[in-house]
Design a binder for this molecule. Structure first.
Ligand code: MG
Length: 455
């Protein structure tokens, strides 16, 4: 299975170059064997390879005797909700999330409707390396059915939350521009806006899978939305990623507030209602610490990867958390990242507080964050991290995930990506100059460590 990346985020690769029908059917067969004979829910995002992948995954699952419920093109959180609603033994979402169109991936869900834990992923990996799946004979194959109502069920779950105030939102007569990036979010976002009484103007709502821009919802990719919001006289702009588990916000003036601040505002408005502590990953903005402190809460930080956040939230009973990339998690609704829930919480905050989007964002302490990628071909990651640590003497060292160095007024974090063959470099500080200096120094130290002879 050359060219495949297997991690807590699932199995991911480039279509036709590592990820092909045979590989997908095999992976699905192994997953079905691991999950146990029973019902498996399968959905997909809109990407062009989705139809091929759906057929292959279905074939693999049927072949080991699982029954398949095909949800068609749906958001990732919809598959999570469906696993629990239909009491399935597991779920598969076919989506490479924010990766470009050439990629696809399987996001694997246990019977809890959450991503496989590290231990579960290790069990599955052992099966994958231990020979072919247990293909069944003709009268022990599974059967396939389809459901098209689960997006509505998912919206019902969101609207049932006391944190979402449908009456207030409708009364506020809010207007949102929603950029679905031709991904899976168009249908469900439409149902949500309609039931919330939210006026919507749409960008790229058709799920063609031909992404009109880089699908990662970070500010530099949101130019069209940023122009459309003030042009429409709208109150807010939402950018979903292709599988709609993440959302980023553009304010009424057309300024992208950043995916980190998108989560921080939700925490700021939800925390006073639910109490308890906050769980985020180690790469999430330090503004979360300021927001939590404002409400007398503590912040727990986990390794990057949604399941790590989810697991910790369930463990300590946290009611709000997520990942700083725009992934909001409220376990009472869905213990996974949910872009639709993020939208509902945002418009509820606007309606309840009678505030503008820019005002809510303005309550979050300003920081500057840089997110960069470093090539890791042929270098020793451990050696690089050690070189980095010794280059910042006096920093507080956090080894939760890769290496995070807490410095005066900021931090630097370098870790191996779960989803791409790169190192991720993140840095945050109070001023642009201080962050740029941290990034420059980190890049220099990484280059030095990478060039040093391997020990
Ligand atoms: Mg995603």
């Amino acid at each position: 299975m050359e060219g495949l990346i297997f991690s807590v985020s699932g199995a991911r690769g480039i279509v036709g170059k590592g990820l092909d029908p045979g590989v997908l059917a095999g992976l699905a067969g192994h997953f079905g064997g691991w999950a146990g004979r029973g019902l498996v829910v399968v959905g997909r995002d809109s990407r062009v390879s989705g139809e091929m992948a759906m057929a292959a995954v279905t074939s693999g699952l049927l072949g080991v005797g699982c029954d398949v419920v095909d949800l068609g093109i749906v958001s990732t959180p919809t598959v999570e909700v469906a696993v629990r609603k239909l009491a399935a033994v597991g779920g598969i979402q076919i989506s490479a999330s924010h990766n470009p169109a050439a990629w696809n991936a399987l996001k694997l869900l246990s019977s809890r409707g959450i991503f496989l834990t590290k231990a579960e992923a290790t069990e599955l990996e052992a099966r994958i390396h231990g020979g072919p799946p247990s293909w069944q004979v003709w009268d022990r194959l599974g059967s396939r059915s389809a459901r098209s109502d689960l997006s509505g069920v998912h919206v019902d779950e969101i609207l049932a939350s006391p944190l979402v105030d449908r009456e207030r939102v409708a009364a506020a007569r809010l207007h949102a521009v929603v950029d679905c990036v031709a991904g899976a979010g168009g249908e469900i976002a439409g149902i949500l806006c309609e039931r919330l009484g939210l006026k919507a103007t749409w960008l790229h709502r058709e799920p063609t899978g031909r992404f009109p821009r880089n699908p990662e919802p970070v500010p530099e990719n949101l130019g069209e939305l940023a122009a459309a919001v003030p042009a429409a006289g709208a109150d807010i702009g939402f950018a979903l990623d292709p599988d709609a588990d993440r959302v980023a916000v553009v304010d009424e003036t057309g300024r992208p507030i950043g995916e980190e601040v998108t989560l921080a505002v939700v925490v700021d408005t939800v925390l006073p209602q639910v109490g308890g502590d906050v769980v985020v990953n180690v790469s999430t903005t330090m503004a979360i610490d300021d927001v939590a402190a404002r409400h007398g809460a503590s912040v727990h930080r986990t390794p990057v990867g949604e399941v790590n956040v989810t697991e910790r939230m369930l463990e300590i009973g946290a009611r709000i958390g997520g990942e700083g990339n725009g992934g909001v998690i409220v376990p009472a609704v869905n213990p996974g990242r949910d872009g639709l829930l993020g939208m509902a919480l945002w418009v509820t905050a606007l309606a309840r507080e009678g505030a503008k989007t820019s005002e809510l964002a303005g309550r979050i302490p300003a920081t500057v964050m840089r997110k960069e990628k470093l090539e890791i071909k042929g270098i020793s990651v451990d050696q690089v991290l050690e070189g980095l640590e010794s280059g910042f003497p006096g920093a507080v060292v956090d080894r939760t995930d890769g290496l995070k160095l807490l410095l005066d007024g900021g931090w630097v974090h370098v870790r191996k990506s779960n989803t791409e063959p790169i190192l991720r470099l993140l840095a945050e500080g109070r001023t642009a100059d201080s962050v740029d200096e941290m990034v420059r120094k980190t890049r220099r130290l990484v280059a030095q460590a990478a060039a040093a002879p391997k020990v």
